[in-house]
Design a protein around this ligand. Structure first.
Ligand code: GUN
Length: 291
């Protein structure tokens, strides 16, 4: 086999470009409507990774000119208290988007919480209404990570119609909405998960691989079909402190046509799409939507 070197799908650069465009649009909207889009971020408990994510979301908001409202609640916050806060934010006209950082502590039912958010303010795109809209081919607010992966796929310039796509991982927040996004784009979709019998055989015939299993190095480079597009949603910290994904990057990049790095691939795109969704929600609220 001839050894090729994959083109890097640079999520950091794409995110930078999109955030610049969002910032320009936010400045215009704020001038025109007398208020900036507002995003409320709720964090319950002390999960260190969640604190980092929430801080990055807050910085992202401020950099594009949003009003950001932050609620850091103790780990023993009751479900009822959290539902009360969501209900207040649902009614608050300054708040266009509401995000509850997951995971929530075990005594709180995450489904009950996600379903309590007004679907028009569900900028994570997790509410069953928004998942249903995507299922029915009429996306409203789209789940941020799959939406970011679609933007990265767009960068390849490939026509996705009829492409064999294989998603590894069937979670509610990545794998499942990703399958719906790819189906909407005309790809043939396979979703692999913990009960899948021969993962390697699925990967070997994939034109597009979306790795979202949450298992470091699960996907071996030798499995990748030459020229395939590889999008790695996984993020893991090695013992030496560096970050890596679900795909063995070194070997995969010798076979793939395009590949996302970790870090600097999908990660920066997730927050970017959260910002895009918040602008969309703002425009819907003030009646300036393109839909
Ligand atoms: N936890 C891990 N990823 C996400 C995400 O995209 N949104 C929220 N709210 N929580 C998460």
């Amino acid at each position: 086999m001839t050894i090729t070197t994959a083109q890097i799908l640079d999520g950091k650069a794409l995110a930078h470009r999109l955030r610049k465009e969002i910032g320009t649009e936010v400045a215009e909207l704020t001038q025109k409507h007398g208020r900036a889009p507002g995003l409320a971020v709720i964090l319950v408990g002390d999960d260190p990774a969640s604190h980092v994510y929430v801080r990055n979301k807050k910085i992202g908001c401020e950099n594009v000119g949003f009003a950001s409202f932050s609620y850091e609640l103790p780990a023993d916050t009751s479900q009822q208290h959290l539902l009360g806060l969501i209900s207040e934010l649902n009614r608050d006209p300054k708040v266009d988007g509401i995000l509850v950082q997951l995971p929530v502590p075990a005594h709180i039912n995450s489904e009950t919480i996600l379903e309590a958010i007004d679907p028009g303010k569900d900028v994570d795109g997790f509410h069953p209404y928004n998942i249903g809209r995507l299922t029915a081919r009429k996306p409203a607010l789209r789940s941020c990570t799959p939406y970011g992966c679609m933007k990265l796929l767009e960068e390849t310039g490939l026509d996705l119609h009829g492409m064999e796509s294989v998603i590894v991982g069937a979670s509610n927040i990545v794998g499942r909405p990703m399958a719906l996004e790819l189906l909407l784009a005309g790809a043939t979709v396979t979703v692999c998960h913990r009960f899948t019998k021969n993962l390697q055989a699925h990967i070997e015939r994939a034109d597009i691989v979306i790795a979202a299993a949450g298992k470091q190095g699960l996907i071996q480079g030798e499995w990748i079909k030459p020229g395939a597009v590889v999008i790695d949603v996984g993020i893991h910290r090695r013992a030496d402190g560096t970050l890596t994904g679900d795909v063995a990057f070194e070997s995969a990049s010798k076979r793939a046509g395009w590949i996302t790095p970790v870090p600097g691939g999908v990660g920066p795109m997730t927050i970017t799409m959260l910002l895009a969704n918040t602008v969309q929600a703002f425009k819907n609220h003030i009646g300036e939507s393109d839909d």
